[in-house]
Design a protein around this ligand. Structure first.
Ligand code: ADP
Ligand code: MG
Length: 350
């Protein structure tokens, strides 16, 4: 009998990672967290832990250069990496940038990319310390590694959620996903009739959220000032439903999320309706908001109410209760199954 050939799609991204890494050789006790969180955590000689995280962006999968200015791409590539450092409650310090480019890119185009990279470096005070450059047959691939630090008392893992914790989210959700839908729609129109100019007026906020996301270090500062260290935290790259599953699975807990508590911007809501989608669907399943999802003790309720940009959207429960979205009329939707994804137009695996 021949060896079984398994298509990647049979496993999906997370099971694939699990399969490829479950037998990784292990040597060093200073690795506090390897695979399985937003960043790896290493005990170093300083009093802080070292945080290391990496992300890969591929042309045609993660970005479309027809509507993504290279400067924005550079900025976003850095921002999404720093968001993983933020998710550990850390401070970013250094990045490396690795780049594969085909001959269609000019030197000037790559300088644009680096302008964006440096704009993010300046905004978040991180230094570029290295990388790698190669040619490519198929457009651009960009990989950034971010290195940061965090005090051991301040670190937040995905696995720290406690029973009855409040589930909180920063900012608002769904805007980035709808920004992408708008860009994709205009792109399709443009392919058919290039003379039509796109009109994005009143939708600028959605485009900004898609093209120029910002890691929420401002909220981490506010939480720290209020003496709150979340019990568990993750950044929202793949959508709220996916991230609450990560926290619950890692923490061996369940959760109830209240649909009417999920923060949704007015332009997001209006635009969702235009796409025949409920605003909640966009907010719960749309990705790339790069907001933070965290859990913290009920004791912090009053302090949280005084922090702008934080919404309390649910609570952590016993794992036997599963992970549910509670709708206004009291009905519950299971968020642990993939069922609801059918509501969204097909999304690329990230
Ligand atoms: P995030 O969405 O926060 O970037 P991912 O879902 O990409 O996190 O990754 C989950 C975990 O799996 C992380 O710890 C990451 O470092 C690890 N990981 C992802 N891909 C690989 C790989 N090809 N080899 C080893 N570890 C990986
Ligand atoms: Mg992450």
């Amino acid at each position: 009998m021949g060896k079984k050939i398994t298509p990647i799609s049979e496993l999906g991204e997370f099971k694939l990672i699990e399969k490829l890494t479950s037998n990784a050789p292990k040597y060093y006790s200073e690795i506090i967290m390897g695979i399985g969180d937003d960043a790896a955590v290493i005990k170093s000689t300083s009093e802080n832990y070292l945080l290391i995280t990496t992300d890969l962006l591929t042309e045609g999968i993660h970005f479309n250069l027809v509507y993504t200015p290279l400067k924005h791409l550079g900025y976003k590539a850095v921002a999404v990496n720093l968001s993983d450092i933020a998710a550990m409650n850390g401070t970013p310090k250094y990045i490396t940038v690795s780049l594969a480019v085909s001959s269609k890119f000019s030197v000037e185009a790559l300088e644009q990319l680096y302008e964006g990279i440096y704009a993010a470096c300046k905004k978040y005070k991180v230094e570029l310390i290295g990388g790698d450059t190669s040619s490519s047959l198929t457009g651009m691939t960009l990989s950034i590694t971010a290195i940061g630090e965090v005090h051991p008392h301040k670190i937040c893992y995905r696995n720290g959620a406690k029973l009855n914790d409040l589930v909180c989210v920063t900012g608002n959700l769904g805007a980035s996903y709808l920004g992408l839908q708008l860009l994709e729609r205009e792109y399709r129109l443009f392919k058919d009739s290039p003379e039509i100019q796109p009109d994005f007026s009143t939708k600028e906020y959605l485009l900004e959220r898609q093209l120029k996301p910002e890691p929420r270090f401002d909220v981490l500062k506010a939480l720290s000032d209020a003496n709150i260290t979340p019990n568990a935290m993750i950044d929202i790259s793949d959508g709220l439903s996916s991230e609450i599953n990560h926290i619950c699975k890692a923490s061996n807990k369940g959760a109830k999320i209240y649909a009417h508590k999920i923060p949704i911007d007015a332009v997001t809501a209006i635009t969702a309706e235009e796409f025949n989608m409920s605003p909640e669907t966009a907010a719960i399943h749309g990705g790339e908001d790069y907001e933070l999802l965290f859990t913290t003790s009920l004791d912090n309720l009053n302090k949280l109410l005084n922090i702008p940009s934080v919404s309390i959207i649910g609570k952590i429960t016993d794992p036997s209760e599963g992970i549910h979205l509670v709708l206004n009329e009291g009905n519950e939707i299971d968020l642990s199954s993939k069922g609801w994804d059918a509501f969204l137009p097909k999304k690329e695996e990230t």
